[in-house]
Design a protein around this ligand. Structure first.
Ligand SMILES: Cc1cc2nc3c(=O)[nH]c(=O)nc-3n(C[C@H](O)[C@H](O)[C@H](O)COP(=O)(O)OP(=O)(O)OC[C@H]3O[C@@H](n4cnc5c(N)ncnc54)[C@H](O)[C@@H]3O)c2cc1C
Length: 411
């Protein structure tokens, strides 16, 4: 079996890469050990974050660093056993978050985010996925006026520098917009540009179905046996070896174990996150970030999804959903939540890099090998544009944005 390109990993990033290549007429196999969209890209908050022009920085104020270190908030947790491996990476993450270093990172990031809606729109149109999406933005809600005031100043700054739009809702306006809320809030920022998807895994599955309609092969196989053969790349499948001139590593949080044996030591780590659904009750119209507690409430086809912030742990370490327990308690202050749908919470891994930018482009030492991973908090948002950029680089056609800031060679 042979094709032009093997795309390894069928999350949002890999599926969009495969679809973008197939739309351009290439023969592509999309390889995953599970059906498309069943890992991180299934369990996120489903927000296509057009407002997230700047990536999630490590806190720089000492008070916030101590909050993290002493696990004072619900938004961050860590395993002591993971610290020896993760601390050097967190130190680099903290270093990259200093204002002077962060500014060009944010500039580069915003150039990708700029295209997220148009690229999703094009794929949604082709895939018949319009029924999964709400184009009404989402709310950053605040419990205290002081927190709101700070966020309003930042939103005004982002509006000025990047043109992202928001509206301010006072306490009454938020209560009118979300009548299900059971306690008065100080107010909310309504980000107007983002979209939200009521079943993120289903959107990936629709993109994969479109890919198959265009002649792409969706192959269930383990990518870990990837090896160079005869000027190309090959993986083993149940039906025999599958070979191509190019291979794209789009394994999200699992990229490291595949590329490390090839000699790539990239500073990657994961931020784990949890979710659980709650069915019934008055619910919400739009997703809502409880900004001072650090949890998201997102209305989904499966029920109200509560998602948590970051947990620093080894990727395969047992689940410790302490943040979800606290997030559930905080959410119950805001909404009448019936009992959870699932007996156990879902857990996923945000694939992160120390400088907050994804890795998109050629593997520096292996012709025909390409990287597309490390999209951290916004991989669901960025899949289509990142996939387009990589497809253009493989083809050698003019890229939608300058790929230099995302090169693996920067580390
Ligand atoms: C709680 C939470 C909330 C989030 N909310 C948002 C949000 O609202 N908006 C947003 O933009 N982003 C959000 N994110 C981030 C987003 O979900 C991720 O950035 C994105 O899903 C990463 O996509 P991916 O395709 O790189 O990885 P994945 O979706 O994890 O895909 C990787 C694929 O590789 C496959 N794979 C791994 N190893 C192998 C192997 N050996 N062989 C074959 N296949 C393999 C896996 O099965 C998987 O399908 C959130 C994340 C979390 C955890």
């Amino acid at each position: 079996m042979a094709c032009d390109v093997l795309v390894l990993g069928a999350g949002m990033v890999g599926t969009c890469t495969a679809l973008q290549l197939a739309r351009r007429g290439h023969s592509v196999a999309l390889v995953d050990r599970r059906p498309p969209g069943r890992e991180t890209s299934y369990g996120n908050a489903g927000i296509i974050q057009r407002e997230a022009v700047e990536p999630y920085a490590f806190p720089r104020e000492w008070a916030s660093v101590f909050d993290v270190a002493f696990k004072r908030g619900i938004d961050v947790n860590y395993h002591f056993s993971a610290l020896p491996a993760v601390l050097p990476r967190l130190a680099r993450y903290w270093h990259a978050s200093a204002p002077a270093r962060y500014a060009p990172i944010a500039q580069a990031y915003s150039r990708l985010i700029e295209h997220c809606l148009t690229e999703h729109q094009a794929l949604m149109d082709e895939s018949g996925a319009g029924d999964l999406v709400r184009k009404e933005g989402y709310h950053f809600a605040f419990r205290t006026p002081a927190a709101m005031e700070q966020a309003v100043a930042r939103a005004a700054d982002l509006a000025r520098r990047y043109g992202v739009r928001h509206a301010l809702l006072d306490s009454d306006a938020l209560a009118r917009a979300e009548p299900g809320l059971r306690r008065p809030m100080a107010g909310a920022l309504h980000w107007l540009d983002p979209w939200s998807v009521n079943d993120p895994g289903a959107l990936v599955a629709r993109y994969a179905r479109r890919f198959a309609e265009l002649g792409g092969q969706v192959v269930e196989a383990d990518a870990s046996g990837l090896r160079p053969v005869g000027g190309g790349w090959q993986v083993q499948t149940a039906a025999g070896p599958l070979a191509a001139r190019h291979a794209v590593v789009a394994l999200g949080p699992w990229a490291d174990p595949l590329i490390a044996p090839l000699g790539y030591r990239l500073p990657l780590f994961v931020k784990r996150g949890y979710h659980r659904h709650y069915r019934g009750g008055p619910g919400l119209r739009l997703p809502l970030l409880d900004a001072e507690r650090g949890l998201v409430l997102a209305p989904m086809a499966q029920g109200m999804r509560i998602t948590t912030g970051a947990e620093f742990a080894r990727i395969g370490a047992p689940a410790t959903p302490v943040q979800l327990d606290k997030a559930e308690a905080a959410a119950r202050e805001l909404l009448d939540l019936p009992q959870p749908v699932e007996p156990e919470p879902w857990m996923g891994n945000r694939p992160c890099t120390v400088d907050m930018k994804p890795v998109i482009g050629p593997a520096p030492q292996h012709p025909g090998l390409w990287f597309n991973f490390g999209h951290a908090h916004q991989g669901f948002t960025l899949g289509p544009v990142s996939g387009r950029l990589l497809a253009e680089m493989i083809e050698g056609s003019p890229p939608v944005v300058d790929p230099a800031p995302y090169s693996a060679a920067r580390f």
